[in-house]
Design a protein around this ligand. Structure first.
Ligand code: X8Z
Ligand code: ZN
Length: 605
């Protein structure tokens, strides 16, 4: 991949728009370096101030913290716009490659592209903060509970367990009812952020998001398409089998034989992962299956205890224990006395060693995995903290999301026996019935792929104007039906705003990162298993305790965003292409088994 050339090309548009007057002297390398030093100092200080304000807001939502966070965002926007404009002056300079990269990153990594005027920047900052808060405060107050309201965690807990279609539908509808009030704000946010993106030299916000991958935006789209296509056959097989089993359970009237699966029956609010219907699709019901929910409850493992297990894994790789401040400052459970943003996140508040997580942990296998995911973010942040400010991020955003998931792939029965959560004999029995384990993983990882892809497909359409506000909801369900094979459980209309019921939409967090991470984590896993000396099938491998694997990970994480991502990938895996091969290899036995089960069934929708 000609990464540097592609990146340099990105600047052409704004260079043309704001080129120095003819005859103006070309800026020198030293001038560019001085500009970048000052820019990093300024933007770094503002980023840190924003993180602090945001931490307080996200862990204590009030009108005041909302206003303070919006102010901090506004200050970042103002500086980003100004610095990006000034940066244009240095584009023709003969720059050191690292400085060229920094100049590009200055405009590429702006999360909320700043509109040109102060009042509109203030408006956008206020809308963005308000939307995330509104989502986070969302509640469902069913009449049957007579005034008691359910949070998303309450709803998710019920949805994971319930097998009553009526109850599932009520919960699904109840949660989706939080979103219509966000629609007007969302529409305005799209207008304002698009203005900002255009000011930075992009066609629209989607174009800016797709430009962050060391290649042209169109090349990135092609890459995503290629990856999805590689996994489509396996997704179709999984979908086919799960649909047949849901039909057995819920009846022919509820689940069509050949059509999409109604979205409320898959054990997850967005049907984005299906692990909670594992009990309906267990390949080897006679053999023991791993049930982390039970294990954690039986041991009365609390939130801290769960985080300790995850930390223990990283430490076994030779990475450092979490600093004391992590334990003092993290928010691990939902506070009873105030509104917070419960959606899990990891922070480096000072862009240095002050790493923390914010999560409302429940003693479930799902949260056990999410904790590994979050600590992956924290260990990454900790590793690149010595990089220049503009390089303190992952190689691309998929890398950040993949790190902790890679570790979670090593949470195998064998590993759980080593840390005493399982008896060795139990672990051996589970490993023998490996299809069970693979099915659990597939319900998490394979089921996720089309969803991971479509959230931003929808937003790219919205930002480009191809999907007008009058078609927001219809476009969402078209994608869900076409790509996921999942349907709306009751008729929907443009009075609804179903994409707004998914955190990342009102919170302005790009989503393609999770799609990329799905592939990257298997590439990482395969490479690290090799480094750890593992032989045999990939799904049996745990890198627990491998200092060699830890050193490789650490070396890649320390690079931060200083080099184009293919180089970081190469440092860890020897490959420089994102590829589905490792994922397909991992799931091969399950794929074969599913194909057999589905013989005689009509797959697809
Ligand atoms: O948002 C997250 C993480 C925080 S970065 C908890 N994830 C996506 C989601 O919840 O939709 C992890 C998996 C996908
Ligand atoms: Zn994450």
């Amino acid at each position: 991949m000609r990464a540097t050339i592609a990146l340099a090309g990105l600047l052409t548009a704004i260079v043309a728009a704001a080129a120095p007057p003819p005859g103006a002297p070309r800026p020198t390398r030293a001038e560019a370096a001085a500009f970048l030093r000052a820019a990093e100092d300024e933007i770094g200080a503002l980023w840190i101030a924003r993180e602090r304000a945001n931490w307080v807001r996200a862990t204590f939502i009030t009108e005041d913290t909302e206003a303070l966070a919006a102010r901090a965002e506004e200050a970042v926007m103002e500086a980003s716009a100004r610095l990006a404009r000034e940066a244009v002056r240095f584009a023709p300079a003969d720059l050191a490659p690292a400085d060229r990269r920094k100049l590009d990153l200055l405009r590429l990594t702006v999360t909320l592209p700043p509109p040109p005027t102060a009042p509109r920047r203030a408006e956008l900052a206020a809308i963005a903060t308000r939307m995330e808060n509104a989502y986070s405060k969302g509640k469902h107050c069913p009449p049957r509970l007579k005034g008691k309201c359910l949070t998303l965690d309450d709803i998710s807990r019920r949805m994971a367990k319930s097998r009553k279609p009526d109850e599932l539908l009520e919960l699904w509808r109840g949660w989706h009812a939080i979103a219509p009030p966000l629609r007007a704000d969302y529409r305005r946010y799209v207008e304002l952020a698009n203005e900002g993106a255009r000011g930075l030299g992009f066609k629209d916000v989607g174009d800016q998001w797709r430009s962050r991958y060391d290649m042209k935006p169109a090349e990135f789209e092609a890459l995503a398409d290629r990856l999805l296509k590689q996994l489509q056959p396996l997704y179709q097989q999984l979908h086919c089998h799960v649909r047949a089993k849901l039909r057995d359970r819920y009846g022919a009237a509820a689940v069509p034989e050949k059509g999409p699966i109604p979205a409320h029956l898959l054990g997850n609010m967005w049907a984005q992962e299906w692990t909670n219907v594992y009990g309906l699709v267990t390949p080897r019901p006679a053999a023991k299956s791993l049930d982390l929910n039970r294990l954690l409850k039986a041991r009365k493992t609390d939130a801290r205890g769960m985080v300790k297990y995850a930390e223990g894994f990283f430490v076994s790789l030779g990475l450092t224990p979490l600093p004391k401040s992590f334990w003092d400052r993290s928010m691990l459970t939902r506070p009873r006395d105030r509104e917070v943003v419960c959606h899990a996140s990891a922070w480096a508040v000072d862009y240095d060693a002050d790493i923390r997580i914010k999560m409302c942990i429940e003693p479930t296998g799902e949260d056990f995995t999410t904790i590994h995911h979050e600590l992956g973010h924290n260990y990454y942040q900790f590793a690149y903290r010595r990089q220049p400010m503009l390089f303190r991020d992952s190689a691309n955003d998929g890398f950040h999301e993949a790190l902790g998931d890679t570790i979670a792939l090593s949470v195998t029965p064998g590993y759980l026996a080593r840390v005493g959560l399982l008896k060795p004999a139990q672990a051996t029995e589970m490993e023998r019935a490996e299809l069970n384990d693979l099915m659990q993983r597939a319900l998490e990882k394979i089921a996720f792929l089309p969803f991971g892809y479509l959230v931003d497909r929808w937003r790219w359409g919205v930002f480009s104007g191809r999907t007008p506000p009058s078609g927001y909801n219809a476009a969402w369900w078209r994608l869900r039906r076409d790509l996921q094979g999942v349907s709306e459980p009751v008729p929907r209309s443009e009075a609804d705003f179903d994409p707004g019921a998914k955190y990342h939409v009102p919170s302005n967090v790009p989503y393609a990162r999770y799609f990329l991470a799905s592939f990257l984590q298997f590439q990482f896993h395969r490479a690290l298993c090799k480094t750890a000396g593992h032989e045999g099938p990939l799904n049996r491998c745990s890198i627990y305790g491998s200092k060699a694997a830890g050193a490789k990970l650490q070396a890649m994480m320390e690079m931060g965003q200083s080099r184009p991502w293919p180089e970081a990938l190469r440092a860890l895996t020897g490959e420089d292409r994102l590829d589905a091969g490792a994922m397909l290899e991992y799931f091969k036995p399950l794929h074969d088994w599913l194909a057999e089960q589905n013989r005689g069934r009509t797959c697809g929708w």
